[in-house]
Design a protein around this ligand. Structure first.
Ligand SMILES: CC(C)(COP(=O)(O)OP(=O)(O)OC[C@H]1O[C@@H](n2cnc3c(N)ncnc32)[C@H](O)[C@@H]1OP(=O)(O)O)[C@@H](O)C(=O)NCCC(=O)NCCS
Length: 290
């Protein structure tokens, strides 16, 4: 797929209604997609037709939603396809990620062989049992007011583009206040060198482990793994048991970190996010509380 450069405009929420359905969705110009947040009703044919119409009207390439597996046959009959599952997403019950591709181009996977080779090597390698400890002088903490400017700067250094505006301190501040736990690592000279987050959905008891970034000079020290383990501890304390991630399929390191921490691969979301300058396939990995 050709590289696309997109201006960042804020996501918009949209309520869709028909005689047999209701849904709340997010339209993302940046990711050129509709994400359905919630849906209800029995008429899946009309729901899918409306999503398709709306996506095409926007010129988008993809619609996706986390659905109840009981609805899968009706959604498939209406033209959606299952790409992955998320273990325990709905208060311990699984979700299935159902998608519509609105163009053939959005379905193309030019890096498929490379992604499958990475997945195969990550899943077949024995998980590393390296003890997780911070290098001397390094510290980690849940991000607070004194961290958001540095955190936005770190994300701007690591990502050429990202599905959400994490390079803006105000966005980090607001999401931290509502539902996201950001964790950071600083080195001995107080420079922020790595960060990640847990985006919690407390009513449903799940969290997406996401926004991993380590400065290039600091990679391979185990910092992403340390952040993941610390965030898992944060989630345990907050009684959020079901954890998952949507990781870039071409990042061997990122997929390795999740495999090392006991996550299971449950599928691949094709061209799901616009990240670092292009659309990318994302692998889903899940882990339930031990
Ligand atoms: C992905 C990223 C966060 C990893 O950070 P990190 O702090 O270097 O990660 P860690 O040191 O904890 O672990 C990396 C693991 O991947 C392995 N790894 C790293 N690069 C690898 C490669 N090219 N091939 C195979 N394995 C690789 C490491 O050996 C290590 O595994 P091990 O502990 O079993 O030896 C970092 O590379 C990064 O910031 N990338 C750019 C941003 C990004 O893509 N973020 C992910 C968004 S989904």
């Amino acid at each position: 797929m050709a590289s696309v450069s997109l201006a960042t405009s804020p996501d918009r929420t949209l309520e869709l209604k028909g005689s047999g359905f209701r849904a709340m969705a997010v339209l993302s110009d940046h990711n050129q997609r509709i994400q359905v947040l919630r849906y209800e009703g029995a008429d899946m044919v009309s729901l899918v037709a409306e999503l398709r119409r709306c996506g095409l009207e926007q010129g988008f390439g993809k619609v996706f939603m986390k659905a109840d597996p009981l609805h899968r046959p009706a959604l498939e009959a209406a033209g959606m396809e299952a790409e992955a599952s998320i273990t325990g997403f709905f208060s311990g019950e699984d979700a299935v990620v159902m998608s519509i591709f609105l163009s053939e181009q959005r379905r193309e996977r030019p890096h498929r062989d490379q992604e499958e080779a990475i997945l195969e090597s990550v899943r077949s390698r024995k998980p590393s049992s390296k003890p997780a400890s911070l290098p001397e002088g390094y510290t980690t903490n849940v991000a607070g007011e004194r961290d958001f400017e540095d955190l936005a700067e770190l994300y701007a250094q690591v990502f050429a583009s990202y599905p959400y505006p994490i390079t803006e301190a105000e966005y980090l501040r607001q999401t931290a206040a509502s539902h996201v736990v950001y964790r950071v690592i600083r080195d001995g000279s107080s420079q922020m060198v790595a960060a990640a987050s847990a985006e919690t959905n407390r009513p449903l008891g799940n969290a997406e482990m996401t926004d991993f970034a380590t400065l290039p000079s600091q990679r391979g020290l185990g910092l992403a793994r340390l952040l993941l383990e610390a965030l898992q501890g944060d989630m345990k304390r907050q009684q959020v048991p079901n954890l998952y991630t949507i990781a870039r399929a071409r990042s061997a390191g990122m997929n390795r970190v999740f495999a090392n921490c006991g996550y299971e691969w449950t599928g691949t979301l094709v061209n799901n996010c616009h990240i670092s300058g292009d659309f990318e396939d994302m692998h889903v990995w899940c882990r339930q509380a031990q």
